[in-house]
Design a protein around this ligand. Sequence first.
Ligand SMILES: [Zn+2]
Length: 543
Amino acid sequence: MRCMIRILAICIAGAAMMAGCNLARTKLPANTVEAGETRARLQASPPPATATLGALIREVSERTATPAPSELPPSRCDELDVDRPARQVDADVIINYQAKSARVVQAIEFHNREAQPLGEIMLDVQANQWEAGFRLIELTVNDEIAEFELDLNRLKVKLDAPLETGCRLALDLEFDLQPAEIRAGLRSYRGFFGYSPRQLNLGHFLPTVAARLDGGWRIHEPIGIGEQVVYDVADWRVNVSVNEAADTLVLAAPGKVRQNGAAIWNVELLNSRDFAISLSEEWRAAELRIADDVRVEVYAFADAQIYANGVRLDGADHVLKEAEKALALYNRQFAPYQRERFVIVQGDFPDGMEFTGMVFVGGAWFTTFDGGPRNYLTLISVHEIAHQWWYAQVGNDSALNPWLDEALATYSEYLFIEEFYPAFKNWWWTFRVAGFFPQGKVDSEVYEFSTARAYINAVYLRGVQMLHNLRVDIGDEAFFDMLRAYLSAGAGLIADPTLFWRQLPPELRALTQATRLEYLRNDDDSALFGLPEPDAATPDSED
Ligand SMILES: [Zn+2]
């Protein structure tokens, strides 16, 4: 306990030299004057609804702990419920909309399903990459104050006793969030954790237990280019209550959303790698459309409707129609979309960003919409929809193997154009790919690039060229079979390139060799395809 208070006190005081303190590292750019002002506002604002926080803490305690503290075991090792994710997240998020800040009380239950005991738990705290973005107030493990080290997005929690195989532990956190205002420049691309005068976006804002891969924690340092997150799936149950907002406030959120009063919502999102919400007092009424039993909703501002040459163009309506078509196509070509709702939010930041069941599409693509499909409003919307398969269903390491989701999501744009606008196929290749003269190896890590353009060119654009060549090499039927097999093999997991390439039937590998040599740095067969299956050659494997 002493240790935590000491670390927090030093961090809050701004003495940034202590090892392990979250201020000891250089964070991504933020406006420090603004951050100081924001902190003052936060401290001056009324305390959060302690009754609500207390009730949640009691409810979480009742759910997770029964023995008296002196008898409390270091972990619980009762029956295994492997039908649900190893990560269960419950959170109470109390937002001050005026201050664009939040107080969060969060409970994480983590179940060790590995053969080895764990001596520490690593939490991924994306919000802490920003100066003043995250302030930890308390952290307990099984109701006891825990020692921790917080270093950018890495929150390492030491356990008094190892978490044995098959055992669970309860992590409880209380913290403040202060997203920064979305401004120009590279920082603006992370506007999914930020606010504009008319919107508050909270994406990747709840800490989660880092992914486990190859017997270790898989967590990467954030940089300004691309993405670096790697997430295992979790069940998320989040209560959102908002103070200091107009009556017109609307919540955009994925999953099952239940409104429990003015500005109070319960959101449940199961089997999801992430959890994101967005709030605005200025949304036009959410628009609905049903596609293959999926309800599509678009949350857009009035400026999504524009007039060009006397003609009214409604970007929100266009996105709804294209989303309906894309969902139906990918349902057929890839696998069924696994949720009842799909939410698209007009984001006050560039480009777009995928989350599970909800995506952001950059506001500029709405306000510059020129009608028809030949524009970024169409392509980025479709691209983010495709991430519901390539990222949300089959996951990957977005820092080390970004092509696995980005090349596939970008190629999915082409599949959409090919299906619904075949006359524009050549346009897509020129507009989206050839015009940038892409260079580089597809299987590059995000850390190899110093500009976003070079990263996109190598990973996304050379990536779609590789995928298209692969399709030509083996034919449509084998290509789509391969994509479906990859989805099936990787659903709910974090895939690596070997899982992708192993879906290529051995008899077709030679046909793809030239493509692999051209686009991949790591084109070695044993690295791509892995070792042969031990039972692949046994006579009874024929069944
Ligand atoms: Zn993408």
